[in-house]
Design a protein. Structure first.
Length: 476
């Protein structure tokens, strides 16, 4: 009896160690054919903290697989999600018309992006399955060639894919563009063992009406900014397709299925938007990242300048506008933990947020090794790092290396990949030199010393852009 008791205790403890305070509800691989609605749909998936985009596959359809790859890779890079992998499916026999409107639409900077650098779709899908054991949703924004090929070629596909979510016009439709990209693949998938959820277009020519577009432009996020720029600079602004919601209905359905009318047929189903106005509101919620409760104690993190001390309150709105609410809230919490405003704590916050951006992860999702040591002032970096990433000693996700010269550098491991971020040497040397100088003049026990540290920290918080101050190296 004691034996079974200890086994039960062991299992409970190990479950606790492996448990996540909160996990995204949806893990997805997205297959896209490069349509402008795909850009908006992918953007919505990336904007939601309740979704983890594990990979994107570029296939032929609206654009060729090669042009689709350039669009997707440039989009991810523009969001600083360089670590989200993009594969290419070059086996699609469908000859893409490379639709002019889609080809002209800017997703990001395509300079020096080569499809030859992309892994093959099946190799990438197999790698994802080897590293992530959570069942995933396979999202098809174009045809079903990739899904059908993977179903037949990868033995674990039918086990690890819980559903295929497809943007199409319904069970009986044989005229739709996505169906006709690969009729054989569509027939095979619809008769297969994996549930298929067909999500129809919203059925509203102007889903993106003037009011919704204005509301999107008022959201402070890189995702909303991308869509706002798209609508303000659309090259074919008079075309109905610009303002219709087609593939965007998939992220809306995945988050808010109750706002759709669904009809089942065996294990498959088709769904159509039921409440357009509510779906417009939910589009804004997704772009704001309001799909999960981000906090554990307080409902909402205060962004009212009046909430903060006088020397900081004039900069609250500017910092949030420049760097986002994640960096602001992490900076505030890190410095409260640290018990004073410190520049290396802020550097740690900025680095942690940058690492999360790189992989497009939430908190507590990767292991962190810090080389900042345990001696101040450089070690103050560790407090910012753990708050912004969730890689805390309590979660067993933070390791601090003490046996090498300390520097503001850390390595982040996610899905068996590792990147190293290092504060640029010129910035590190300048900060350390300033701290040494005011320490030499005033001493650590002087109030003037800590007042100057606080003043310099606010200045650096404002001026140091996390996208410009770190050297990033992919190790594995």
């Amino acid at each position: 009896m004691k034996k079974y008791f200890f086994i039960a205790i062991f299992l409970i403890l190990n479950f606790t160690l492996l448990a996540h305070p909160w996990k995204p509800s949806h893990y997805v691989i997205i297959d896209t054919d490069g349509g402008i609605d795909d850009m908006r749909a992918i953007t919505m998936f990336l904007a939601s903290p309740d979704v983890r985009v594990l990979a994107v596959i570029a296939s032929s359809g609206t654009l060729s697989a090669e042009n689709t790859y350039r669009k997707v890779r440039s989009l991810l890079n523009s969001y600083f999600h360089e670590g989200v992998p993009v594969g290419i499916n070059s086996s699609v026999s469908f000859k893409s018309p490379d639709i002019s409107m889609a080809l002209k639409t800017q997703w990001g900077d395509e300079t020096n992006l080569s499809p030859q650098d992309a892994p093959a779709a099946l190799d990438l899908i197999s790698w994802v399955f080897s590293e992530e054991k959570t069942q995933i949703s396979f999202v098809s924004l174009g045809g079903l060639t990739t899904a059908w090929t993977a179903f037949n070629a990868i033995p674990s596909f039918s086990r690890q894919v819980k559903e295929i979510v497809w943007s199409a016009d319904g069970f009986s439709d044989t005229k739709g563009f996505n169906y006709n990209i690969d009729k054989k693949a569509a027939a095979g998938i619809l008769k297969g063992s994996i549930p298929v959820k067909i999500i129809k277009p919203a059925g509203e020519k102007e889903f993106y009406n003037t009011e919704l577009i204005a509301d999107i432009s008022g959201i402070c996020s890189i995702y909303a900014e991308k869509l706002s720029v798209f609508f303000s600079s659309a090259t074919d602004a008079g075309h109905d397709f610009i303002y219709a919601a087609t593939d965007e209905t998939i992220p809306l359905f995945i988050h808010f299925p109750a706002l759709f009318n669904t009809t089942a047929s065996g294990i498959n189903s088709e769904s159509r938007a039921a409440d357009i106005n509510q779906l417009r509101e939910k589009t804004l919620a997704i772009l704001k990242g309001e799909t999960v409760e981000r906090n554990q104690v307080i409902k909402e993190f205060p962004d009212n300048p009046a909430f903060y001390f006088d020397d900081l309150k004039d900069h609250v709105s500017e910092i949030i506008k420049k760097y986002g609410i994640d960096e602001w809230s992490s900076g505030v919490l890190a410095n409260e933990l640290h018990r004073h405003l410190g520049v290396f704590a802020i550097i740690g916050v900025k680095m942690g947020i940058r690492a999360r951006e790189y992989f497009n992860t939430g908190v507590d999702e990767f292991r962190t090794t810090s080389y900042a040591g345990s001696i101040t002032p450089v070690s103050c970096f560790n407090d910012g790092l753990q708050v912004s990433t969730g890689s805390t000693p309590g979660h067993g996700l933070l390791k601090v290396v003490d046996d090498v010269p300390a520097k503001p550098m850390a390595e982040f491991s996610y899905m068996n990949r590792k990147i190293r971020l290092t504060l640029r040497p010129d910035i590190a040397e300048k900060i350390i030199s300033e701290l040494k100088e005011i320490n030499f003049i005033y001493g650590l026990d002087s109030n003037i010393y800590w007042e100057l540290v606080r003043k310099n920290t606010i200045r650096y918080w404002l001026s140091l852009d996390r996208h410009e101050i770190f050297e990033i190296e992919e190790i594995i």
